[in-house]
Write a protein that binds this ligand. Structure first.
Ligand code: CMX
Length: 408
């Protein structure tokens, strides 16, 4: 608490520069789950993410929810609890059959979470809804893949499987044999643990907590959070990044990946005033440790993949290029740089689905933070409804004339 008070003292000096800055550095509250330290990385309840990334996903989820690693007895009880709640009401699936297949999977995902809330019998009990949602989210995510891709009806959870093993089972990728399934499980376990939580102020988490502050229920709040995650500067960066990597391989040729041509494609992107997805960060000032963890998994499961060769090259080539622009605070790879190419190597070849996988994992941290803000903060009273200050100013900071569509 003393440490936190010191931090907010520093930031009490708010100036005009803080306006329209996306609330950078403006203190808002506390997180009890995780911390992003600019020069060190990401910590879940004090543990460096790279140290626990290969733990059982259920253990890490338990850590974020209960702030301690589970004993064996606690872990098996928690696994049983998740499994007992993993089934999704058929009414939720029925609503998915009606959705347009061209709709982005994130739109399906957001819809499905909201509909799931209509079937909750927990009377807006944030704690119960958090566990229910965490238990059901793999079932829901897998069903979205199957229905949208025409792979068949949803596959029910198998009570003998772990959290991620069950997800891969319910996904039932048609082209997968046992070897591909094992590879996808290996990747998805690490994908899950590395995406679970990321401090309190990232856009999706902040949005979820803001919506919950009006006492919207867990499902409405998480749907709103997932709308935040759907943007290309946030969760959809993994899709955008892979699409760029695929372009690189197409232009250069899978057998000729080389530094000079990758560099030229990056320069072309920057000269066109485009963003280099998978690089940069609002808080971190070092390489995202999650990018390293994922590259390590890549070197085990797909070292020869041309896409993987490009991401390894990008991690070296991009930072010096971005560093040359003094505006860019962090030139290094973030979590979204590596995940897509590994998913392709494991048979999930359509980039538009990747943000739903990010969302499946991130639901955990956001739900845990909503439980804290609604049920525990301020001695259980909860954080009040969000209401930051905006100054009225007809022209704001716009230069030139404002144009209102349709105003003639
Ligand atoms: N490529 C090109 N330009 C970049 C850049 C990148 N990777 N990273 C930052 N910049 C630019 C910003 O667009 C900004 O330009 P303007 O001043 O013209 O608006 C300027 O550099 C300063 O930005 P910053 O202070 O370094 O970064 P922000 O805190 O504003 O934004 C982030 C952080 C992540 C949105 C930004 O680095 C970015 O757009 N990266 C690419 C998208 C991406 O990978 N997002 C995923 C982040 C992780 C996640 O949330 O999932």
């Amino acid at each position: 608490m003393a440490e936190a008070a010191k931090k907010s003292d520093i930031l009490l000096e708010l100036t005009d520069d803080h306006l329209e800055s996306g609330l950078r550095g403006v203190p808002v509250g506390y997180t009890t789950t995780s911390a992003v330290e600019a020069d060190k990385g990401l910590f879940y309840v004090g543990r460096a993410v790279e140290d626990i990334a290969t733990e059982d996903p259920e253990k890490v989820i338990y850590l974020l929810l209960y702030k301690q690693m589970p004993t064996d007895v606690q872990l098996s009880g928690f696994r049983r609890e998740l499994l007992s709640r993993a089934s999704v009401p058929t009414g939720v699936f029925a609503s998915l059959y009606a959705l347009p297949h061209h709709g982005h999977p994130m739109k399906w995902f957001i819809h499905a979470i909201n509909v799931l809330g209509m079937f909750s019998h927990n009377r807006n009990d944030y704690r119960k809804d958090a566990i229910d949602l965490i238990a059901k989210i793999p079932t829901l995510t897998a069903a979205i893949f199957r229905l949208r891709e025409g792979w068949g009806d949803p596959i029910p959870p198998d009570p003998n499987l772990g959290y991620i093993e069950n997800f891969v089972h319910m996904l039932g990728v048609p082209s997968h044999g046992p070897e591909e399934t094992a590879k996808l499980i290996k990747l998805m376990r690490v994908f899950e643990t590395t995406h679970l939580d990321h401090g309190g102020g990232n856009l999706s988490t902040f949005t979820g907590k803001a919506v919950a502050s009006g006492k919207a229920d867990m499902y409405e709040s998480i749907s709103a959070a997932m709308c935040g995650l759907a943007g290309p500067l946030h969760g959809r960066a993994n899709q955008e990044c892979l699409e760029f990597i695929q372009d690189c391989v197409m232009h250069i040729g899978a057998d000729h990946i080389n530094e000079a041509e990758v560099r030229a494609l990056i320069m072309k992107k920057l000269n066109n005033k485009e963003v280099v997805y998978g690089f940069g960060h609002a808080v971190l000032r070092v390489e995202d440790p999650r990018a390293r963890v994922l590259r390590k998994v890549g070197s085990e499961i797909c070292p020869e993949s041309p896409l993987f060769k490009v991401i390894k090259l990008l991690a070296e080539v991009v930072p010096p290029i971005l560093k040359a622009n003094p505006k860019i605070s962090n030139p290094y790879a973030n979590v979204d740089s590596a995940s897509g190419s590994l998913l392709v190597a494991c048979g999930l070849t359509k980039p538009e689905y990747y943000t739903t996988l990010f969302g499946m994992s991130r639901v955990v941290g956001i739900a845990a933070q909503i439980v804290y803000e609604r049920c525990e903060a301020r001695n259980g009273k909860g954080v009040p409804i969000m209401r930051p200050k905006y100054f009225y100013s007809p022209e704001g900071t716009a230069k030139g004339e404002a144009v209102i569509a349709g105003s003639g």
